[in-house]
Design a protein around this ligand. Structure first.
Ligand code: PNS
Length: 165
C-alpha cells in the first residue's frame, strides 16, 4: 500500500492546502495529513484546534483515503513509522521551491530513502498562505477566499478574541 504524508503547520488550514490534499490523495492509497510544529513559528491555533480545522475542512469531501493526525516529533520518524513512500508539499513560488528542496535534503540526511513530491499550487491559489490569512484576519479583513467555508467562523472567532485582549 502506498502511503504518503502531507506534513505542515496548517496554522490555519487554507483552501490551498485543501487543494493539495485533493490532488495528493489521488496519487496514493492513503494520505496522512500531519499537523506538526515548526521551530521557526509560534502557531496561533493549538495542535488540537488545527486538527479540528483540517478535519472540518475535509469532512464534506469524498476523501476516504485521507487521515488527519498531530505529531510533535521529527517528520522522518513519522514517515518511517507510517511506512511512507513520499511526503507531499505544495509550492507556490521559487522561494518555496528552495525551502522545500532544503527540507527534503535535510530529511534525506536523517533518513536515506526519504523522498518528497512537490506539487505546484493552482494559479488562483498562489497568493494564499496561512501567514496572509493571519495578517488579513487579524485586522478584520475578509478571509473567505482563503480558508474553507466550513472553518471561516472559527478562524474569525480566534482573531476576534485576539483583538479583545
Ligand atoms: O507548514 P510549514 O511550517 O512549512 O511546515 C514545516 C514542517 C512542519 C513540515 C517542518 O518544520 C517539520 O518537518 N517539522 C517537524 C520537525 C522536523 O522534522 N523538522 C525538519 C528537520 S530538517
Amino acid at each position: 500500500m502506498k502511503v504518503m504524508l502531507f506534513p505542515g503547520t496548517f496554522d490555519p488550514f487554507t483552501r490551498g492546502h485543501r487543494d493539495i490534499v485533493r490532488r495528493a490523495s489521488k496519487l496514493c492509497d492513503k494520505l496522512v495529513v500531519a499537523i506538526m510544529e515548526n521551530s521557526a513559528k509560534t502557531p496561533l491555533f493549538t495542535p488540537d484546534e488545527r486538527v479540528d480545522l483540517v478535519r472540518r475542512s475535509l469532512a464534506g469531501e469524498d476523501l476516504d483515503n485521507v487521515e488527519v493526525m498531530k505529531w510533535d516529533g521529527l517528520l522522518v520518524d513519522l514517515y518511517k513509522q507510517l511506512g511512507c513512500c513520499a511526503s507531499v508539499r505544495g509550492i507556490r513560488s521559487e522561494s518555496d521551491f528552495r525551502y522545500e528542496a532544503e527540507l527534503a535534503l535535510a530529511n534525506r540526511l536523517l533518513l536515506p530513502g526519504y523522498d518528497a513530491i512537490l506539487l505546484p499550487c493552482r494559479d488562483d491559489m498562489s497568493l494564499i498562505s496561512s501567514t496572509i490569512v493571519k495578517e488579513v484576519g487579524s485586522y478584520g479583513g475578509d478571509i473567505s477566499k482563503m480558508v474553507p467555508a466550513e472553518i471561516i467562523d472559527t478562524v474569525n472567532d480566534k482573531f476576534l478574541k485576539g483583538r479583545k485582549q
